[in-house]
Design a protein around this ligand. Structure first.
Ligand SMILES: NC(=O)c1ccc[n+]([C@@H]2O[C@H](COP(=O)([O-])OP(=O)(O)OC[C@H]3O[C@@H](n4cnc5c(N)ncnc54)[C@H](OP(=O)(O)O)[C@@H]3O)[C@@H](O)[C@H]2O)c1
Length: 334
């Protein structure tokens, strides 16, 4: 497994990370045994970075990862690095009710996450969205104190813009920024990526398949449960969906010429954007994991990259990447 560094201050991690969110929430039903088997298969293949959030089904995802880590051979468990997001507030019905980045809340969230994961430290800890009522310096400062006490190893950021990145980095060393980046979500290229590069901060890219939309497996007639994120995502609605799936068909032609899959092409494109970028793939079955890992063997030559850019130009997608209420929480979109 190739590795990439999480910034100038973070650890070396596998070139692909495993995002575990869909094993608990937001993409419809998942199979627990298959989820655990997928985490084990990822660790066996050399994946070291496991990403989660304490709010993914209210702790469910962390407990799932904890179970998988306990059941893994010690040699693999010791290599696994946990990347945890906190701060999102839920209610018992699963509704979302804002963010909390106060230092006391940070310590509280961390205490629960350590228990649920069954670990003595979290490798990378980050607030999922900027709390507009708490300066980022206070939230990051609280994580820095957790590092001093040995409960956390590195500080990450999530979905914040250039100004917040600079303020955070002036407070404490930042390993990575987690943010959406794919062939059809290229907003970071203008200000955010130049800023992380200037400051020696890596990007852990999520949504590299745009939540399955550009995986080559999503179809117009797919039925989605009301709890599925995609049932409310602008990119998956009506004419937007048809437009976006037409882009996927253009990408499929290039993938077929190279003898690889659409998902592998989309992941390989993100991998090709720089050694500082680590795609987090949202595989939740061993089959999808195997397909994703195949992207590591895909070399995109200059001619391939040009053909991909022509098939899926930047800004070609129809629809925002989040519903408007959630877009409003994105410091990265200001
Ligand atoms: N910081 C943030 O704000 C934030 C936001 C969202 C996610 N994340 C993190 O990033 C991770 C990845 O995001 P994501 O899950 O949205 O990413 P993704 O990889 O773009 O989407 C995953 C979806 O793609 C489908 N898929 C189809 N083929 C696939 C393949 N070969 N490999 C993997 N998935 C395939 C899966 O569907 P099937 O399982 O139905 O096949 C799944 O629904 C999450 O798990 C989470 O840890 C962070």
């Amino acid at each position: 497994m190739r590795t990439r560094n999480l910034g100038t201050t973070g650890p070396a991690v596998s070139a692909l990370g495993l995002g575990c969110m869909g094993m608990s929430a937001l993409y419809g039903d998942a199979d627990r045994a298959e989820s655990v088997a997928t985490i084990h298969a990822a660790l066996e293949a050399g994946v070291t970075l496991l990403d989660t959030g304490d709010f993914y089904a209210m702790g469910h995802n962390e407990m799932l990862i904890g179970e998988a880590l306990r059941g893994a051979p010690a040699a693999l468990r010791e290599k696994a690095l946990t990347s945890v997001k906190f701060g999102a507030l839920r209610d018992p019905a699963g509704n979302w009710s804002g963010y909390d980045g106060r230092p006391a809340a940070v310590r509280n969230f961390a205490a629960y996450s350590l228990q649920r994961l069954g670990v003595d430290h979290i490798d990378v800890y980050r607030i999922a969205r900027l709390d507009p009522d708490v300066p980022i310096e206070e939230t990051v400062g609280a994580i820095a104190e957790l590092i001093e006490k040995g409960y956390v190893r590195h500080i990450g950021l999530s979905e914040v813009g250039a100004e917040t990145i600079r303020r955070a980095a002036a407070t404490a060393p930042i390993a990575d920024l987690q943010i959406e980046y794919s062939l059809i979500s290229r907003g970071i290229e203008q200000d955010i990526l130049p800023t992380t590069r200037e400051l020696g901060i890596a990007v852990t890219a999520y949504g590299v398949l745009s939540r399955g939309l550009i995986s080559g497996h999503f179809t117009q007639d797919r039925r989605l449960a009301a709890s599925d994120f995609r049932a409310h995502s602008p990119r998956f609605q009506g004419e937007n969906l048809q437009h976006n799936l037409n882009l996927v068909e253009a990408l499929r032609k290039i993938a077929q010429q190279k003898g690889v899959t659409v998902a592998q092409t989309a992941i390989a494109w993100v991998l090709s954007r720089g050694e500082d970028i680590v795609p987090l793939v949202g595989a939740r079955t061993r089959e999808r994991l195997g397909e994703s890992l195949g992207a590591l063997d895909v070399t995109l030559e200059a001619a391939d990259l040009a053909a991909i850019e022509e098939a899926v130009p930047a800004d070609a997608a129809a629809g925002d990447r989040y519903p408007s209420a959630q877009m409003a929480h994105l410091d990265s979109e200001r």
